[in-house]
Write a protein that binds this ligand. Structure first.
Ligand SMILES: [Zn+2]
Length: 412
């Protein structure tokens, strides 16, 4: 691995504790995007950048950038997101921003220029906690955001997304203009917590991430006939609820057999009373797999089961797509550097696939990308209990610093 200044991982952890004291605490992080505590977190980041002589810039999607000039360009971007879910954890997102700050600070302290320009990136609204649209800033950068499709979104208080963004200096219809920023960028690296139990169960502090699983998300709507629970013989029923129940069990079976994960997080029965056969049932499915063909097989298998269950119970089935994204593979060269860096820090020999999406997944559409995960205690995230043992955090941050040095020294 290439020589660069050593990142002060202890200082990165101290920054994270400072940010937690400012915008979090025992009840969890309060940095919901476009709100007051999020702006406070960004002011804090601006002060930290100021301490090393850098001035943050805002792009048209509300992402924050800071550039440390290097010997050449394109620049290497490092980052994640400062925003959190309500009552969120102290590490989700801000770990990657604090580690990026740590890399820039290490170079600033040497008085030397890094081999290429380093750009810190704090993506706006990764979580989508307020309007339900995740990865806002990074998808604007990557060009996959459709501002027109978002214009009708409102928050829990009925405020329109356009109005809330305008209050934060972001014009929704111009958000895609942020993509111009990538003309100067040759690669992107992100450190994040795993948010799952694999590393903890293996007793390892960190791992490289080779990509993100693809997702198929839809509503299966079964229609039968609502009928009296006492007078309708079992063989005369058109029970939409049981068709949905069979399908829910198939989601588990097919996902397990196919090596992916499948979830039915929402079931609604109509009329939904104790004394009626359900005449209609809505079931959500969320299927994830790293391999596109395996994902298609799992998806097809569940559709086949759902159609068969509907037919057997003389129900009809309508499928309403919610959202989908193909599996994303990160850049093999950068992933190899990440594997070397994490292995040297006592981490996992093989890269993981992320079941969750990250800003890196959007940016991978436009740039060579790699990620590192730290372990997550009990696999918990999006909760105030979210944590990582400090030695694991230190190892992961140091591995990220090594990865940044190695990537900055390669041809991007
Ligand atoms: Zn995150």
């Amino acid at each position: 691995l290439a020589a660069g200044p050593e990142i002060d991982a202890g200082a990165v952890v101290a920054d994270l504790r400072e940010l937690d004291a400012l915008t979090g605490g025992p009840a969890g992080a309060r940095r919901v995007c476009w709100g007051e505590d999020w702006r406070l977190a960004r002011d804090w980041l601006g002060e930290k950048l100021g301490e090393i002589g850098l001035t943050p810039e805002r792009d048209e999607a509300g992402n924050v950038w800071a550039y440390l000039e290097g010997e050449r360009e394109p620049a290497l971007a490092l980052g994640s997101h400062l925003d959190s879910v309500p009552s969120g954890g102290w590490l989700d997102g801000c770990l990657g921003v604090a580690a990026a700050l740590g890399v820039l600070r290490a170079w600033a302290g040497t008085g030397r220029r890094p081999p290429r320009t380093l750009a810190l990136l704090d993506c706006a609204d990764e979580e989508g906690a307020r309007f339900g649209r995740s990865l806002f800033g990074s998808s604007a950068l990557a060009g996959s955001l459709d501002p027109g499709a978002l214009a009708s979104l409102t928050d829990g208080e009925g405020r329109a997304i356009g109005e809330v963004l305008a209050g934060n200096g972001v014009a929704l219809e111009r958000a895609l203009d942020a993509g111009r920023r990538l003309e100067r960028i040759g690669g992107y690296l992100e450190l994040h917590i795993e948010q799952g139990p694999v590393l903890e169960s293996e007793g390892l502090p960190c791992a490289a991430v080779a990509g993100c699983a693809g997702v198929e998300r839809e509503i299966l709507a079964f229609s039968g006939q609502a009928a009296h629970a006492g007078t309708t013989p079992m063989d005369r029923r058109r029970d939409a609820g049981l068709a949905a129940a069979e399908t829910a069990l198939a989601v588990e079976r097919v996902a397990v057999d196919g090596g992916g994960v499948g979830t039915t997080g929402l079931v609604e029965l109509d009329p939904g009373i104790v004394t009626a056969v359900p005449g209609a049932a809505r079931l959500s499915i969320d299927l994830r797999h790293a391999d596109p063909e395996a994902l298609a097989r799992v998806h097809g298998g569940i559709h086949a089961t759902a159609h068969a269950a509907a037919e057997r119970r003389r129900c009809s089935l309508a499928i309403e797509p919610l959202w989908r994204i193909a599996p994303i593979r990160f850049d093999p060269g950068l992933v190899a550097l990440a594997v070397a860096a994490t292995a040297a820090a006592g981490g996992r020999a093989e890269p993981l696939i992320s079941g969750a999406l990250h800003d890196a997944a959007e940016l991978a559409r436009a740039l060579p990308v790699a990620m590192i995960f730290s372990s997550s205690s009990r696999g918990l995230s999006h909760a105030k209990e979210e944590d990582t043992p400090e030695p694991d955090l230190i190892a992961a941050i140091e591995a990220f610093g090594e990865l940044a040095s190695a990537a900055a020294a390669t041809d991007l």
